[in-house]
Design a protein around this ligand. Structure first.
Ligand code: PGA
Length: 263
């Protein structure tokens, strides 16, 4: 099983000062906690200050997006090389990027390939919309999207080193209406099977598969006690240091239980 990962997606929240304070308080709560990786993903303008606030700690810094070109005439964009050295992680293909800013699987695929090339771990987000689930098409939609986003993605040894996938049903994001643990496990197992088809069993098992969508301290244990859910991508609750720290602690404890390991 991969090391569990909990990432906080702060979205377009926090001023630079607030971001720095939140990072400092999470460092005090979580630095050195064994059995889990933690990543904080503030807005671009706060990345450097958050990176400094976390320097020398076990907490990692992530961006919420990036362009796929190294540099050029792309007004308003941030390039992979600008993130190198400052971020260890980047969220790619979040449904808000797809639905509000028109990102396609093809574009997300370019970004994923580029992130791996420059050594920043991508958290590739996939997930169905409510109407797609109501029509019973969620597995087909996620399979197709994942396959398009992973086209050509592999290290020279054929394995997806550094890759993270997040199952984020669009209807569960920011709604307070999380998926059930059965729904999330079924989707994560499907993602794992698709990864195994592409990279073999060993490759698939090395990829953390996260659940995201209205995760809270009250429901996270249900998710991370499922065999195929290796952590969480947290939006709203990641803006509250106590709540996020609790989510991380519960994840570390639950994933280290022998029952989870047996699946
Ligand atoms: P939420 O957001 O936890 O506020 O539902 C999750 C996400 O967008 O990654």
């Amino acid at each position: 099983m991969p090391t569990p990962l909990v990432a906080g997606n702060w979205k377009m929240n926090t001023t630079v000062t607030e971001a720095e304070a939140l990072a400092a308080s999470l460092r005090r709560e979580l630095d050195g906690l064994p059995g889990v990786e933690v990543a904080l993903c503030p807005p671009f303008v706060s990345l450097e200050r958050v990176a400094r606030a976390l320097e020398g700690s076990s907490l990692k810094v992530g961006a919420q997006n990036m362009h796929h070109e190294d540099k050029g005439a792309f007004t308003g964009e941030v390039s992979p090389t600008m993130l190198q050295g400052m971020c260890q992680i980047v969220i790619l293909g979040h449904s808000e990027r797809r639905n509000l800013f028109g990102e396609t699987d093809e574009l997300v695929n370019r970004k994923v390939r580029k992130a791996l090339e420059v050594g920043v771990r991508p958290i590739l987000c996939v997930g169905e919309r409510l109407e797609e689930r109501q029509q019973g098409r969620e597995e087909a939609v996620v399979s197709q999207s994942l396959s398009a986003c992973l086209d050509g993605v592999a290290s020279p040894d054929g394995l997806p080193h550094g890759m993270v996938v997040a199952d984020e049903p669009v209807w569960a994001i920011g709604t307070g209406l999380a998926a059930t643990s059965e729904q999330a496990q079924a989707m994560s197992a499907l993602i794992r099977r698709l990864l195994a088809d592409r990279y073999g069993r060993q490759g698939a098992e090395a990829v953390p598969v996260l659940y995201g969508g209205s995760v809270t301290p009250a429901n996270v244990a249900e998710f991370v006690s499922q065999p195929d859910i290796d952590g969480a991508l947290v939006g709203g609750a990641s803006l509250d240091a106590q709540q996020f720290a609790e989510i991380v602690r519960i994840t570390a404890k639950t994933r280290s239980s022998p029952l989870v390991r047996l699946g």
